[in-house]
Design a protein around this ligand. Structure first.
Ligand SMILES: [Fe+2]
Length: 435
């Protein structure tokens, strides 16, 4: 055996996470010994995705695991990281959270949690090679639905999963806490590649994150008094998604090539006013970013529900003109539980220089019939539709973004290539005025 072959085999062996080598069940699996392991493992970003990672581990009642360890480029041996305690609302479980900083861009790290070892990959600082991620929404907690799409997504070796709201369908309700627990277990088990790489999740807010139940019964009043849950609060979402603690909208910038603008379609704050002004300044300060995608729950251009629905109308009135002025080429919408791709739209009509709206949220939720609430109106803006569970596999290169909607088997149900942003674009009306 040559020296180079030995070296290659050693590198390959080191790259295989311990959990895979030993055949141990991953965290989140319902194994007999699972109570001595964390119940779930969750990776997201609450900082720069090229140099940091935020890791939560959910712990069963009566257990603790204060530290995890990380090893890789720029670190001397295993770095032990202590997790800050985070309350898992209304659950017997509790959470520890670590934000690990000072990592190298585009590098792979080993992450040791109890006796399981995974890998994590930082995002590259530059778009020198194509980047692939998954997008969708309306997941639900269960393995058979959410998990099936997750496995398809993991097979595509995506850098991260971007989910536009309606996650576990707990409605922020203390009585439905098991759905939250199960959602994170499903992520732990299924948003991991065959090589044991943990896929970070960036999740926005939807209506099913928010407590809105109203009931006149004594039992309901007792539950409210006992748990302290408040109508309008996104109890679990704020606690369990590191980037959502302070506010439930924000922007995640990746290097100088990608910005994900997470918006809140009226769930814990209004569309108009402060959030729209924030969007205006957020877009203005990112004129040179070639790939900028707004991500939000309620669609401005719905495939199933009524065009006149108030939140959809508010998206079109307040945000769509800003997208168009900023030269946005694609936006992600959800909530309707179907697949849709609109025509490129500018100033309320098809325009090849406009924004393509992709959606409409059926990652795990049961698909609905297209046009169900359209009452016979022809929806001029719908270019492709399918009543199918799916995720959109997005591939970015320097000049374009390619979107392939894939069903849970991986079959392509639609695909389109959209050019990169060219920077600010004058509104259609003023362009017409110059002609
Ligand atoms: Fe929804």
């Amino acid at each position: 055996m040559t020296r180079s072959l030995v070296a290659t085999l050693l590198v390959a062996l080191l790259a295989v996470p311990l959990a895979r080598v030993t055949g141990q069940a991953p965290i989140g699996a319902p194994a007999a010994d699972s109570t001595r392991l964390p119940a779930a493992l969750f990776v997201t970003w609450d900082g720069d995705p090229t140099t940091t990672v935020s890791i939560d581990w959910h712990l069963h009642a009566g257990t603790d695991l204060p530290t995890i360890a990380v090893r890789g480029p720029g670190l001397r041996g295993w770095r032990t990281v202590t997790g800050e305690p985070v309350v898992f609302p209304h659950s017997t479980r509790h959470v520890r959270r670590a934000r690990i900083t000072g990592l190298r861009p585009g590098a792979t790290y080993r992450v040791r949690v109890a006796d399981r070892t995974y890998t994590y990959r930082t995002m590259p600082a530059r778009l020198d090679a194509p980047i692939v991620f998954a997008e969708g929404g309306d997941t639900q907690p269960d393995d058979a639905t959410f998990g099936a799409t997750n496995r398809m997504v993991a097979r595509h070796d995506v850098a991260f999963a971007l989910i536009g709201g309606d996650l576990a369908y707990s409605n922020g309700d203390p009585r439905l806490v098991a759905r939250e627990e199960r959602w994170f277990e499903t992520v732990s088990r299924t948003l991991v590649t065959d090589q044991g790489r943990l896929i970070p999740v960036i999740a926005g807010i939807g209506n099913h994150e928010v407590f809105g139940a109203r009931d006149t019964s004594a039992a309901f009043a007792e539950m409210i008094a006992r748990t302290g849950v408040r109508v309008g609060d996104a109890t679990y979402y704020r606690a369990l998604h590191a980037h959502a603690r302070e506010r439930q909208h924000g922007v995640i910038d990746v290097g100088d090539y990608l910005s994900l603008v997470l918006l809140n379609t009226g769930h814990t704050m209004p569309i108009a006013g402060e959030q729209t002004e924030w969007l205006r300044t957020t877009l203005a300060s990112r004129r040179a970013v070639p790939h900028l995608f707004p991500v939000y729950h309620v669609p401005g251009f719905p495939s199933v529900r009524a065009y006149a629905a108030s939140n959809s109308a508010a998206v079109r009135a307040h945000w769509v003109p800003l997208f168009e002025e900023a030269g946005v080429r694609a936006a992600f919408e959800h909530h309707d539980h179907a697949y849709k791709r609109t025509m490129p739209i500018r100033a309320g009509r098809p325009d090849t220089s406009g924004v393509t709206y992709l959606g409409d949220g059926a990652w795990g939720a049961g698909p609905r019939p297209i046009g169900r609430d359209h009452q016979g109106e022809a929806q001029w803006y719908l270019h492709r539709t399918a009543s199918t569970r799916h995720a959109i596999i997005v591939t970015l290169d320097r000049n374009s973004a390619h979107f392939a909607a894939r069903d849970t088997t991986g079959a392509v149900i639609d695909s389109v290539r959209v050019p990169r942003r060219a920077g600010d674009v004058a509104p259609a009306a003023s362009r017409a005025g110059r002609q």
